[in-house]
Write a new protein. Structure first.
Length: 263
């Protein structure tokens, strides 16, 4: 990126032409039906897996793109999946599912608080769709944004969220979400110069391809749920064993002390 291009775009009035009201909503129609949702609430395993399969690509894209480190993002995906099993009892409509996943994925990403790793290992670099000499530096500039600016930019362009969707997901007002997006756009336009649109489109294309192949999603979810069930079973067995140990100790104490009291 030449200094001439950067300065020229930084001094332009692009921010005045940004129309927050033109942001288009949002995520493609979901395949979650009322019947599927009802079965998932009743703990039907097959229905719950189908529901999670529907939301997994969005969860995966968000975690990997926002965190920028595959090790931390992988752990975040597992955390959200496990939380979703308990939360499924509260979902009464597909929009409930959508809002829950968007919001809780962001919360988990924020709690992870991961520092960026090496740029070469960034998911937006490793899975890049097309080649561009300026792209790595653009991703680095994206990572340098504040957390909320980065969220607003990636969710608007990657998940196609409008300002209302951004506000719900980011747990802030529509005005605040729009402001975060404006600031992110301002910084990245100034940095990208004449290549801004091309580089942004490259981010979008890479973001769209972050999720694993469809045939791998259901097995991954089944494995994770199996691990969750195994951990739950181990905890229950441990608690039960502890209870029996306490009862046994009390019984032994009574058996030893009562005769002494009688004597």
């Amino acid at each position: 990126m030449t200094q001439h291009h950067t300065i020229a775009w930084a001094q332009s009035s692009f921010i005045d032409s940004f129309d927050a009201g033109a942001m288009i909503s949002t995520i493609p129609p979901m395949s979650i039906t009322p019947d599927l949702l009802a079965k998932a609430r009743d703990r039907d395993r097959a229905a719950l897996i189908d529901l999670l399969v529907d939301r997994y690509p969005c969860l995966y894209r968000m975690a990997y793109a926002l965190i920028g480190r595959e090790d931390v993002a992988s752990a975040a995906v597992k955390v959200v999946l496990r939380q979703s099993v308990a939360a499924s009892r509260l979902w009464n409509s597909p929009s409930d599912v959508d809002r829950w996943f968007m919001h809780h994925t962001l919360l988990t990403v924020r709690r992870a608080g991961a520092r960026p790793g090496e740029l070469a290992n960034d998911p937006l670099i490793r899975h890049v769709v097309s080649n561009n000499a300026y792209y790595p530096a653009f991703v680095q500039a994206l990572r340098a944004l504040s957390m909320q600016q980065r969220e607003a930019f990636l969710l608007h362009h990657g998940e196609r969220l409008d300002e209302r969707g951004l506000g719900i997901s980011m747990d802030c007002s529509m005005q605040a979400a729009s402001q975060h997006l404006r600031e992110a756009t301002k910084v990245l336009r100034a940095y990208g110069g004449a290549m801004y649109s091309v580089l942004t489109e490259q981010v979008v294309q890479t973001y769209d391809h972050l999720a694993p192949p469809a045939e791998m999603i259901a097995p991954a979810i089944r494995t994770d749920l199996a691990h969750r069930n195994l951990r739950g079973w181990c905890v229950r067995v441990s608690v039960l064993a502890a209870q029996w140990a306490v009862l046994g100790l009390l019984g032994w104490t009574v058996w030893k002390i009562v005769p002494m009291l009688r004597w």
